[in-house]
Design a protein around this ligand. Structure first.
Ligand code: IMP
Length: 425
């Protein structure tokens, strides 16, 4: 298992790889767990003793003694964050000096959520989570965003909310015929949320860097997955942040040379929510079986996930851009009972065979996977805790994943609960 001072967990596929569970396990030995991108679009599920926790903004380390940080690269829906804090407290999780929110993080405003919803009702639908993520990052880049620190500067905040809301009202009316939002109501409401969040606000750049310099074990928690990365994913069917290790420095202020091992998380098969190409998708009864057995419904939106075989080609791309050496394979138990398991080793595209993921998304949509076929197994894996216990067919499959991706499969998840995990030395 990886144990360097700083490490990072990222998704190798299109999100929902089971990062929550892996972060939860690694958090047991982390002093600090840091979210660096994304927002309430994430849904990290952790099951402890049969009890399920779904975290959207707060790092999964909150269930342990780790200090949790929502860093500057995250876009924060204040209502969602406060609700999440309340829900955790209600369930007996301590929230106090163990949670920090960056003063540089951008705030997801009501108009961001409306713009996301309305634009998703149009022709250019991407299948977003409608949490206002894209419009908020767009305002950040356009330098029209509101940062957490701005909430405490009454004059600036009031002025900015009025100016921006008026502008957005024009867009909402002209493009979608939507009623206007009341800027002063937003100001009053958000100042209230800001007061409640004040004790958690900090300069997290200092906090995280000082922690690393003092020898603390820091774990960076990625959200979404590498194939949803705005630069290296299946653009435009992506999220609006760098959802891989490339996003850590910009999203935290920790310099690249201080970022240690990158652990990639991949499901033993593959899923995707929302629009966009998915070459190994199974639209038949087998896909339905994976969805039902794997409980493949979105933790944030409840949408059914598209299911298919492991795509080695896109995963290799993810391994390359992240510099992944270790991989955690999740949901291996879901494959039990299948006669045959397939793994895409190449694509046939425009009459040629390639092992490279096309950078042009429309081209990826035309690719036909070339599969390597494996024998399945019938055994129930959920009680297995040692690699040697696994059925021979499962070992052959995992050894192939290792060889193809040139990584070490250092963790294998065989059930929802924290305990149902195989750790390899
Ligand atoms: P957005 O991040 O809400 O703008 O959505 C953009 C795309 O990313 C859509 O295809 C979403 O389904 C997908 N997406 C965003 N967050 C997640 C996630 O946590 N898991 C899986 N897909 C996600």
């Amino acid at each position: 298992m990886i144990k360097p001072k700083t490490s990072c967990v990222v998704g190798v596929q299109w999100g929902d790889e089971g990062k929550g569970k892996i972060v939860d396990i690694l958090s047991q030995e982390a002093d600090m767990v840091v979210r660096f991108q994304g927002g309430g679009n994430a849904g990290h599920t952790v099951v402890v003793g049969g009890e399920k926790f779904v975290l959207h903004l707060i790092p999964a380390g909150i269930l342990h003694k780790s200090t949790c940080v929502i860093a500057n690269g995250v876009v924060v829906d204040l209502i969602q964050l406060l609700d999440e804090m309340e829900e955790l407290k209600r369930r007996g999780v301590k929230i106090g000096k163990n949670l920090f929110l960056s003063d540089r993080s951008h705030v997801v405003m009501p108009y961001h959520k409306f713009l996301d919803k309305h634009s998703e009702a149009g022709k250019q639908k991407l299948g977003t989570t409608q949490r206002g993520i894209g419009p908020c990052y767009a305002d950040k880049a356009a330098r029209k965003g509101i940062r957490i620190a701005d909430l405490y500067n009454e004059e600036f905040f009031t002025e900015r909310v009025h100016a921006t809301t008026e502008e957005k009202n024009k867009v909402l009316a002209a493009l979608y015929g939507a009623p206007p939002l009341d800027p002063q109501r937003i100001v009053d409401e958000y100042r209230g949320y800001a007061e409640r969040l004040k004790p958690f606000v900090a300069d997290t750049v200092e906090l995280v860097n000082e922690g690393i310099d003092a020898g603390k074990r820091v774990l960076f928690e990625g959200a979404q997955g590498s194939l949803l990365d705005i630069d290296f994913g299946t653009y435009p069917y992506v999220t609006s942040s760098n959802s891989d290790a490339c996003g850590i420095s910009a999203g935290t202020g920790v310099p690249p040379k201080k970022i240690g091992t990158i652990l990639g998380v991949a499901k033993a098969y593959c899923t995707r929510v929302g629009e966009g190409p998915f070459p190994t998708e199974l639209t038949d009864a087998l896909g339905e079986r994976l969805r039902e057995t794997g409980g493949e419904y979105g933790a944030t939106t409840g949408r059914p996930r598209r299911c298919g075989w492991f795509d080695g080609v896109t995963s290799r791309h993810a391994v390359r851009i992240n510099g992944i050496e270790d991989v955690a394979i999740t949901k291996l138990d879901i494959l039990s009972g299948l006669d045959e398991i397939k793994f895409a080793v190449a694509y046939r595209c425009n009459g040629a065979t390639t092992e490279r993921m096309p950078s042009v998304t429309s081209e990826l949509g035309r690719c036909e996977p070339v599969y390597e076929s494996f024998k399945g197994w019938k055994d129930d894996l959920s009680r297995m805790r040692d690699f040697d216990d696994l059925p021979r067919a499962a070992k052959i499959y995992l050894n192939f994943v290792e060889r193809y991706l040139k990584v070490k499969v250092s963790m294998i998840s065989v059930g929802k609960d924290r305990e149902k995990t195989i750790l390899r030395k």
